[in-house]
Design a protein around this ligand. Structure first.
Ligand SMILES: Nc1ncnc2c1ncn2[C@@H]1O[C@H](COP(=O)(O)OP(=O)(O)O)[C@@H](O)[C@H]1O
Ligand SMILES: [Mg+2]
Length: 285
């Protein structure tokens, strides 16, 4: 893979071209980062401890020919990270009815698979990712780990891009794909269904996701136990982040995200047999 000539990350300064659009638009707030704005064809985000690790990964993805992630252009005069704006539509915090489209679900799984192929071989060098709280994931592959509806850019009804790489880092492809399925099927207690999603069939949607991503038989059979363990760790990490980092993490915790996560674990346990049956039955679920 030939690396294009770019200045080292610390010295990459974003200078707008003469006449470049400079209208400022506040982006819809996500859960954690405050102050994400669009300026012309760019996104400006506060610089964070993981920014350069993410930027090195985004450089790699560009060189690998992946077209579904923003480019890190450098930092602006205010020290903010400057990324390319990916045109399209993202879900709001409570995924709207259009987000339920099965074609979109298939395209999310396919985009994630392409991300994982493009990520193969990337090893953080000079810019390591900060360690994750509680314990580290096995370091098989650097990938996104936060592919929520709010972080997917949709064009013509299909997933075209991924944004918000704040949680990217070494993990396993299966963990990232489980996590994505969890957000998009979604895998949660029916009591926690988003408005308008009450009738969504998680077994059917999980099978669609698994087929589109390409989980093998072993992965399909391991899903409930894997999900229960991932859910347990996610509870501990959210609790840790709420205590240590405060901000949006503490707000989510106060709003009861911990209990939602616990109910997810209980639901996965109670439905383990049905989930495996849906994932492995001949002809689909
Ligand atoms: N590069 C980008 N291209 C297009 N839209 C973006 C981009 N980055 C962020 N957004 C939009 O801004 C929203 C919030 O930004 P995000 O980076 O996800 O912050 P947070 O950490 O708060 O979730 C996203 O949900 C998306 O709608
Ligand atoms: Mg986000």
């Amino acid at each position: 893979m030939t690396s294009r000539h770019r200045p080292p990350l610390e010295f990459r300064v974003y200078v707008p071209a003469a006449g470049e659009a400079s209208d400022v638009e506040l982006m819809p707030a996500g859960d954690v980062t405050t102050g994400v704005v669009r300026v012309g064809g760019t996104i400006r985000r506060p610089h964070q401890p993981q920014s350069f690790a993410v930027a090195a990964y985004l450089d790699w993805l560009e060189d690998a020919g992946f077209d579904g992630s923003p480019r890190f252009l450098g930092r602006d005069g205010e020290g903010r990270d400057v990324l390319t704006f990916l045109p399209g539509q993202c879900s709001g915090p409570l995924p709207e009815a259009w987000v339920r489209s099965e074609e979109l679900l298939v395209s999310v799984a396919q985009l994630l698979r392409r991300l994982h192929s493009a990520s193969a071989g990337f090893a953080p060098g000079d810019y390591p990712f900060p360690p994750r709280p509680i314990r580290q994931d096995p370091a098989e592959l650097v990938c996104h780990l936060d592919v929520t509806p709010q972080n997917v850019v949709v064009r013509d009804g299909r997933a075209a891009g991924l944004v918000d790489f704040d949680l990217a880092g070494p993990t396993t492809a299966f963990k990232d794909s489980f996590n994505t399925a969890m957000h998009w099927v979604p895998l949660r207690d029916p009591a926690d269904a988003w408005p308008g999603w009450e009738a969504a069939d998680p077994f059917r949607r999980l099978r669609i996701f698994a087929d589109a991503y390409g989980w093998n038989d072993e992965e399909r059979r391991s899903l409930p136990a894997f999900g229960i363990e991932a859910t347990r760790l996610s509870y501990e990490r959210m609790q840790h982040n709420a205590r240590e980092l405060g901000g949006g993490w503490a707000r989510m915790w106060d709003e009861g995200v911990g209990e939602t996560i616990r109910r997810r674990g209980t639901w996965l346990d109670a439905n383990a047999g049905r989930l495996v049956a849906a994932l492995t039955s001949a002809g689909g679920g």
